[in-house]
Unconditional design. Structure first.
Length: 308
């Protein structure tokens, strides 16, 4: 496994080619990893659909490894190697442990976020007209810690196997450690996310989903980012006859961050976002047999989000 590759080394031409070129010219042999210190055989894979929550999502074309080999440990397309690079600049937020695993000290990040929470909230509330444009990026080690989280969110979006980081990373939340699967939730696991954070709100989580809209919310002096939720006819009834539908809303308290999300979504046509936040939960009945499982996130910093 590893990071999805968009280009490869073509030995017969002694050049690099993109996955689109390889597919167009039907080149499937003499292709190797683009990293000079790796060069394991790869093959192009066309874009394809993957069904998630009864919806078909496009997986872009990319080069994948032939057979069961792994990238060289120092290769830039090796997931473990990428984590080592991230760890070097993480201010100890991410570190390698025994057995080629990594420990993400979520308690350090959480502590800095809590320190920053009061001051950023005061700045946001000081203006009654619009959300703040202040970035809140340079307080203590918070910028470095959130930068580490941003890099990991980007890496998660690029790996071939969504379970790969679950095998490599554990998180320290203070008195205990939690698995990556208890921290990161793709859109096919939003229901599990609600169940977890509803009873385990002691640490932030990372949620990934498709952007539905982002609009100015004058009432709460912020921008409201909504993720797409499943249609009612796509949700099965639980044993009690109730359809429980996860619904995610993120309050973005920084205008620059909100505009960045809108630009990426509307101009660059990027549909997905990962965000890192504490989550509040509530449930709200709708009709007789529908219960919305509401999750609310809070974003102040540009490095709390990654749009792709």
């Amino acid at each position: 496994m590893g990071v999805k590759m968009k280009k490869a080394y073509f030995a017969k031409g002694d050049c690099f080619i993109t996955v689109e070129e390889a597919l167009d010219k039907q080149i499937r042999e003499a292709l190797f990893c683009a990293s000079e210190n790796c060069r394991i055989p790869v093959t192009p894979r066309r874009s394809h659909f993957r069904e998630i929550n009864h919806k078909k999502k496009v997986i872009p074309s990319h080069f994948m490894i032939k057979g069961k080999r792994d990238h060289d440990s120092d290769c830039c397309y090796n997931t473990e190697g990428q984590l080592k690079i991230i760890a070097k600049d993480s201010e100890d937020a991410l570190s390698s442990t025994d057995n080629q695993k990594f420990l993400l000290r979520l308690n350090l990040i959480t502590s800095e976020m809590k320190k920053d929470k009061d001051s950023s909230s005061k700045d946001v509330q000081s203006s009654s007209k619009k959300p703040s444009t202040k970035t809140y990026e340079n307080k203590g080690k918070l910028n470095s810690y959130l930068s580490t989280m941003s890099k990991i969110m980007k890496l998660q979006s690029e790996v071939e196997n969504n379970q790969e980081l679950n095998q490599l990373i554990k998180l320290d939340v203070g008195r205990k450690q939690v698995r990556w699967s208890q921290f990161f939730y793709n859109e096919d696991r939003h229901r599990q996310c609600y169940n977890y954070v509803h009873t385990n709100s002691i640490h932030p989580v990372c949620i990934c989903g498709e952007i539905s809209s982002i609009e100015l919310n004058k009432k709460f002096n912020c921008y409201s980012l909504k993720l797409k939720k499943r249609k009612l006819n796509e949700v099965s009834n639980d044993e009690d006859g109730i359809k429980r539908v996860p619904s995610i809303l993120v309050n973005v308290y920084n205008e620059s961050v909100a505009k960045h999300i809108k630009y990426k979504n509307e101009v660059e046509q990027l549909k997905n976002i990962s965000f890192f936040s504490f989550i509040k939960t509530s449930s709200k009945p709708y009709l007789k047999d529908v219960l919305y499982l509401n999750m609310y996130g809070f974003v102040h910093h540009s490095k709390q989000i990654y749009v792709f």
